[in-house]
Write a protein that binds this ligand. Structure first.
Ligand SMILES: Nc1nc2c(ncn2[C@@H]2O[C@H](COP(=O)(O)OP(=O)(O)OP(=O)(O)O)[C@@H](O)[C@H]2O)c(=O)[nH]1
Ligand SMILES: [Mg+2]
Length: 226
């Protein structure tokens, strides 16, 4: 099978169609990107959600790492394809266009013990705007490393004010603290439910008899004029 010139979504569609046909399941797939400064814990958060554990000694992400987890929500199979992006400019610059293309939801992460990572958030949010992500794409703000209680630099009240100003939900959690596992799950579940309740999206080149499909770009996607 040749994948030359195949877009990432088309690739996934082919791959998932084959697997899901054999399982006889119907699955919708959503792309979620995790964005924020380097070292805030994007890799550890996505690993906690997809792998169930705290990843010890992660290395700085180069480009993007993919993780995924399939959830059963109200009898429907939803696959979250998590794009764990690089925070360091030199490791992300060639990838930025790919991050935002056909994204279904965005998680902005900062470190509650690092004020500068919180102050960077407006820049990350603006970058997302520059890439014409439609307003209907759900966004969530996550303050990580809450286990480091004595080192907090970002008060919850300040984070809440910023979240309110953008109308984003705010979660504060810890990828490290095992007792926060369900809370980390709740971040992704909140997005999964929002996405699930969007209208079902059209199949791209549906195969006859195929039950699997990749959710396409949001229906209200407006053409980018920038
Ligand atoms: N105490 C504590 N440390 C954490 C937590 N999450 C991540 N870390 C640590 O923070 C450091 C950076 O974590 P990463 O997940 O690699 O950060 P990142 O945002 O993916 O960084 P880049 O890939 O460079 O963008 C590592 O030393 C982790 O062990 C947390 O919840 N609590
Ligand atoms: Mg990383």
């Amino acid at each position: 099978m040749a994948f030359a010139h195949t877009t990432e979504h088309e690739f996934s569609t082919v791959f998932d169609r084959e697997r899901l046909e054999s399982e006889g399941l119907q699955t919708r797939i959503f792309k979620i990107i995790v964005i924020g400064d380097s070292n805030v814990g994007k890799t550890c958060l996505s690993y906690r959600f997809c792998g169930g554990k705290f990843l010890k000694n992660p290395e700085a992400t180069i480009g993007v790492d993919f993780r995924e987890r399939t959830l059963q929500l109200d009898g429907e199979s939803i696959k979250l394809q998590i794009w764990d992006t690089a925070g360091q400019e030199r490791f992300r610059k060639s990838m930025v266009e790919h991050y935002y293309r056909n994204v279904h939801a965005i998680i902005f992460v900062y470190d509650v013990t690092n004020l500068s990572s919180f102050e960077s958030l407006p820049e990350w949010i603006e970058e997302c705007g520059r890439h014409c992500v439609p307003p209907m794409v759900p966004r969530i703000l996550v303050g990580n490393k809450c286990d480091l209680r004595g080192s907090r630099e970002v008060p919850a009240s300040r984070a809440q004010r910023l979240a309110d100003s953008y109308n984003f939900p705010l979660f504060e959690t810890s990828a490290k603290d095992p007792s926060e596992k369900e809370h980390v799950d709740a971040i992704f579940l909140t997005l999964a439910y929002k996405l699930k309740n969007h209208k079902p999206l059209r199949l791209k080149q549906p195969a006859e008899g195929s039950a699997a499909f990749l959710s396409g770009p949001p229906e209200e996607d407006s053409s980018c004029l920038c």
